[in-house]
Design a protein around this ligand. Structure first.
Ligand code: G1P
Length: 294
């Protein structure tokens, strides 16, 4: 049995320039899909997969993320006094227990690889999950749970992938697929943000990883790669020489909430999936009479 994955890292230091002015004072990870912030969906996905410790790599202006995962006595007392038990239970259910969160800062915006490296002391010599909260996944079970199933079989490193149209590959990390089924196949290569003609496939790295701690040693000396940033994909590519990487083409829907279209689509899909919202929302959408615009 491979060593259990208990810790997840959430890089949340990004500036969110694609969502300005909304993200001038508000961290992009706190943008809401229906009524929960993006970061909370990622934390819930991790918890479902058995994660016990949640590490947030933050930056300046990200303080509200820490507040979000803390008790709020004034609010809780008010809800209690007013008998709003459902709302109160919902708040409490979502909260990681005391001592099960860590926050560290990425002091300079040097890239995703550098953000991950900033978590090295907290993670220690253990395998860990890495979740990019911009990517929102809707699936049963969640993507990280599906990856854990593969990990329990193979150990090593596991990456979630999905197919995109060929013209979109340059915005992502792209992998080369070897043998095995969608639920766990060998990855034989990877490259960050390749030109379309250089991409080894149209299978992109979706923002969910299970990694072995040796990646930290590589990240420490990782030269800058695509976009002048320290890239986790480059360190993983080196790690592939000594460790196995398994790809999981997961079951479910994904929304790239780093883009406005993905974010808006996620809001519609998640709203339509909610028993308490669907009927009212559909009624309003019908009133908009979008017929010839769709
Ligand atoms: C990062 C990763 C990339 C991955 C993508 C998923 O890129 O470097 O490999 O495909 O997330 O969203 P970024 O979106 O930070 O440019």
């Amino acid at each position: 049995m491979p060593k259990r994955v208990r810790t997840a890292v959430f890089p949340v230091a990004g500036l969110g320039t694609r969502f300005l002015p909304a993200t001038k004072a508000l961290p992009k990870e706190m943008l809401t899909v229906v009524d929960r912030p993006l970061i909370q969906y990622a934390v819930e996905e991790a918890r479902e997969a058995g994660i016990e410790h949640f590490v947030f790599v933050t930056g300046r202006n990200k303080g509200v993320i820490e507040d979000h995962f803390d008790r709020q006595f004034e609010l809780e007392t008010t809800l209690e006094v007013r008998g709003k038990t459902a709302a109160l239970n919902e708040l409490r259910k979502d909260l990681p227990s005391a001592g099960r969160t860590s926050f560290t800062r990425q002091q300079e915006p040097l890239g995703l690889g550098h953000a991950v490296w900033c978590a090295r002391d907290i993670v220690g010599d253990n395998p860990f999950a890495l979740l990019l909260p911009d990517m929102l996944f809707k699936g049963e079970p969640g993507v990280l749970r599906q990856m854990m199933d593969a990990y329990e079989e193979t150990g090593g490193n596991v990456i979630a992938v999905e197919e995109v149209p060929e013209q979109d590959v340059s915005a992502y990390g792209v992998i080369a697929r070897g043998d095995g089924p969608d639920s766990g196949f060998k990855i034989t290569g990877m490259v960050e943000k390749p030109k379309r003609e250089d991409a080894p496939s149209n299978l992109i790295i979706s923002g969910r990883y299970i990694l072995q701690p040796e990646v930290f040693t590589l990240l420490a000396d990782q030269p800058r790669g695509a976009g002048g940033e320290i890239q986790i994909t480059d360190a993983m590519q080196t790690l592939m020489q000594t460790q196995n990487f398994t790809g999981v083409k997961y079951q479910g829907q994904s929304f790239d909430c780093g883009s406005k279209i993905g974010f808006l689509t996620a809001n519609v899909v998640y709203a339509l999936d909610r028993d308490d919202i669907r009927d009212g929302f559909v009624k309003e959408l019908r009133k908009l009479d979008l017929g010839d615009q769709l």
